[in-house]
Design a protein around this ligand. Structure first.
Ligand code: NAI
Length: 704
């Protein structure tokens, strides 16, 4: 749609209708703004018009601003001028909200005089998720409409509200059903008939009674998900305070200043990087846009353990029919229990209606009959992590399922190519590496075996998106993307630092203060120290590693110190089964392992811990890119943010490296290499990019 046509003016009787038409989601750009301005000018000249309705064409009102404009700077007409033109229009302006009404979409709506929402509409200000203070009046108009406390609540949450809640809050004036234009025109006719006036939001006062520092602190705590470790909320609080204390235009000016500044923060750059990174992962050149995946309807999962049950729910939740097979009656029963208790918890916590839970459960058919997978289009194998067993299972599946079916493995360490060779269809064998709990975790590593076809890969990418995961493609090599960086990079280095004198809890605290969800020892204790040992044992068959390599974990495992499930691992769990205490036995083990290797122990600072932990991630990440295991640096960031708890507002390890500057990163790698050798050898790609004064962002740009 050419720019001048992204807004159209039409007329129904005495009501003008401005339709925003910029598929697919009517994102606001300069064309939409100038279209609105032109439409308002034209409508103002029509003396017959009694009211004006603004609607969105298609399935949604306006899902937000066109984010690609942010980097380049907003061109004229500005949001401020456009919204002022709406607000000062001489006849009543009614906006109809349907589908998504987010960000700039809601800001436009708030500049209108009356708001009608169609049932099902979602209204929200997701800017906090991008580290941005809204800049088109939201922080000044929202408090005038719903009060400053509720306004700040919406700004800090970033999550949309539904029409019923919006009506309660008086954000909207009415809820309607059916076609947005009809609903808007009807509302306008009634309004005109009853003599409804123009009603600029800017002229409303702000009710201030319950807005104080205590109320603000409560909100910040309640929204720790979007405020912890971040800065955007501070500017938001300041602007909302401004809505209470300042005249409207001064409030707008304050908002503009803080909004412009927010666009330049590291936090916002990192969050926007992640926003685009998450949407770019499935663009793989060998797949291309034209290659369509195979149609997938029936799913079978083999192995009803922790992973198999979670994977079954991931598919069931997305509406797929799933057959869940286990070889053992107890195994199957355990799977049933996991599924039942997960859905019960979901209903109890209000995440799901009882009917939805029932329907999802009914889509999953547990069975002991291996032949039940026969009509599946996709089988996901999730049996024990054992090469011989998995080969046997895949060989059996190959004989049972139809010739077009894809066979996937959820292995976290075994060679997909070797597993594929156990079938007569290696081109249709692929790794689908889910993360635990599989029904929740967004990351899906798709592992491409040497023989996996482009069509199979395309199918896996499509399926990944259908089940609302973020699929990232990895080559079939040691630990794929995530586990390779975890084991060779960060977790190995964490244990190295333990040997050199850093405390187990000191490392966890430092890494958590950097923003990680959990430090390495807490992760190990939660996931099971033995699981890591098993994975490494499998991986070592693919390639060896120089000692010391995760030797603390590998010493704890045979002692039965396997983590929370055993009451002891890196920590001891006596009082609270989830809160660990340091255990002198572990300290003794670490000291002995260090002494055996002649490692001298010293005192660590939190800074050194974080630097070494993160530099190692970056360096192994660079190797992975250089080897072609990952296609983009941004893919690595997605893996680490969504699979391993790397702080999203820092942007993932590779983006973080860019913000540090690759010259600095390479220099620090060489500094440590001079002192420690071995694992500190700087990656060739890192050296190259640093020498060119380039960045991982540039590396990615050259690829796409
Ligand atoms: P689990 O031990 O909980 O479940 C395995 C299930 O497979 C058991 O119920 C067992 O009875 C069943 N099984 C064994 N042989 C079978 C056969 N021949 N036919 C049908 N069912 C059979 O194991 P978990 O943790 O679910 O792991 C499964 C796979 O997922 C492994 O390959 C593991 O490496 C991988 N994985 C595990 C993750 C985790 O966090 N636990 C994360 C990502 C991958």
């Amino acid at each position: 749609v050419p720019k001048q046509q992204s807004v159209q003016l039409s007329k129904t009787g005495t009501v003008g209708v401005l339709t925003v038409n910029r598929p697919p989601v009517n994102a606001v750009d300069a064309g939409v703004r100038s279209g609105l301005m032109a439409g308002l000018r034209e409508a103002a000249l029509d003396t017959e018009l009694a009211a004006l309705v603004i609607v969105g064409a298609g399935r949604t009102f306006i899902a937000g601003a066109d984010l690609s404009e942010l980097g380049a700077g907003i061109s004229n007409p500005s949001y401020g001028d456009t919204l002022a033109a709406i607000e000062t229009f001489p006849k009543p302006v009614i906006v109809v909200l349907h589908g998504e009404c987010l960000g700039a979409g809601l800001e436009i709506a708030m500049a209108c005089h009356y708001r009608v929402a169609i049932t099902g509409a979602k209204m929200g200000l997701p800017e906090i998720g991008l580290g941005i203070v809204p800049g088109a009046g939201a922080t000044q108009r929202l408090p005038r409409l719903i009060g400053p406390v509720a306004a700040l609540d919406m700004l800090l949450s970033g999550a949309p509200i539904d029409a019923a809640r919006a009506l309660d809050l008086k954000l909207i004036d009415a809820i309607a059903e059916g076609d947005p234009i009809t609903a808007g025109v009807n509302y306008a006719h009634n309004l005109v008939a009853s003599g409804g006036p123009v009603r600029p939001t800017r002229l409303k006062g702000v009710a201030t009674n319950d807005f104080d520092d205590a109320a603000i602190a409560v909100l910040v705590r309640a929204h720790s998900k979007t405020t912890k470790g971040r800065t955007t909320q501070r500017a938001m609080i300041e602007t909302v305070k401004g809505s209470v204390t300042l005249p409207f235009d001064e409030g707008l000016a304050l908002e503009k200043t803080l909004s412009d500044a927010s666009l330049l923060t590291r936090e916002s750059l990192a969050l926007r990087h992640m926003f685009f990174a998450e949407r770019a992962t499935s663009a793989i050149p060998s797949v291309g846009k034209d290659l369509k995946g195979l149609p997938i309807k029936a799913i079978a999962i083999v192995g009803a353990g922790t992973m198999g049950s979670g994977i079954a729910m991931a598919f069931g939740d997305a509406g797929y029919r799933v057959t869940l097979v286990d070889a053992q009656a107890e195994g199957l029963e355990r799977g049933r229990k996991i599924i039942r208790s997960t859905y019960e918890a979901n209903t109890r916590r209000g995440r799901m209606t009882a009917e939805a839970a029932k329907a999802a459960t009914a889509r999953i058919t547990p069975t002991l009959d291996p032949a039940a997978v026969a009509d599946a289009d996709l089988v996901v194998e999730a049996v024990f992590e054992d090469m011989e067993l998995k080969k046997k299972v895949l060989g059996q599946l190959d004989r049972i399922v139809g010739p077009r079916a894809i066979i996937a493995t959820n292995t976290s360490s075994l060679a997909v190519t070797e597993l594929g060779a156990a079938t007569r269809r290696p081109d249709k064998v692929i790794g689908l590496h889910f993360f635990s709990p599989a029904q929740i975790m967004k990351l899906l590593e798709i592992v491409r075996g040497d023989e996996t076809s482009n069509e199979t890969l395309a199918t896996a990418l499509e399926i990944g998106k259908r089940i609302r995961k973020i699929p990232v493609v990895s080559a079939d090599s040691f630990g794929f993307i995530g586990n390779r960086m975890m084991l060779d990079g960060a977790f190995r280095e964490a244990e190295q630092m333990m040997l050199e004198g850093a405390g187990v809890d000191q490392i966890d605290r430092a890494v958590e203060a950097f923003g990680f969800a959990m430090g390495p020892s807490r992760v190990n204790d939660m996931a099971g120290v033995d699981i890591g040992t098993l994975v490494r044992r499998q991986l070592m068959r693919r390639a060896s590693r120089v000692d010391p390599y995760c030797i603390v974990s590998d010493t704890l495992t045979p002692m039965g110190r396997v983590g929370q499930k055993a009451g002891k691992g890196f920590y001891s769990y006596s009082a609270d089964p989830r809160v660990g205490e340091l255990d002198p036995e572990v300290t003794g083990i670490i000291e002995r392992l260090a002494a055996e290797r002649g490692i001298t122990r010293s005192v660590f600072s939190a800074d050194e811990i974080v630097e070494r932990f993160v530099l190692q991630l970056i360096n192994v990440g660079a190797d992975i890119l250089d080897e072609g295991v990952a296609y983009r640096a941004a893919d690595i960031d997605v893996v680490w943010v969504h699979g391993y708890g790397f702080p999203r507002h820092v942007g993932g390890p590779m983006f973080y490296a860019d913000t540090l500057g690759l010259t600095h990163v390479a220099e620090r790698m060489r500094y440590w290499y001079d002192r420690k050798g071995s694992y500190w050898k700087p990656s060739a790609l890192l050296e190259r990019l640093a020498a060119e004064r380039s960045s991982f962002t540039n590396f990615d740009r050259r690829r796409t």
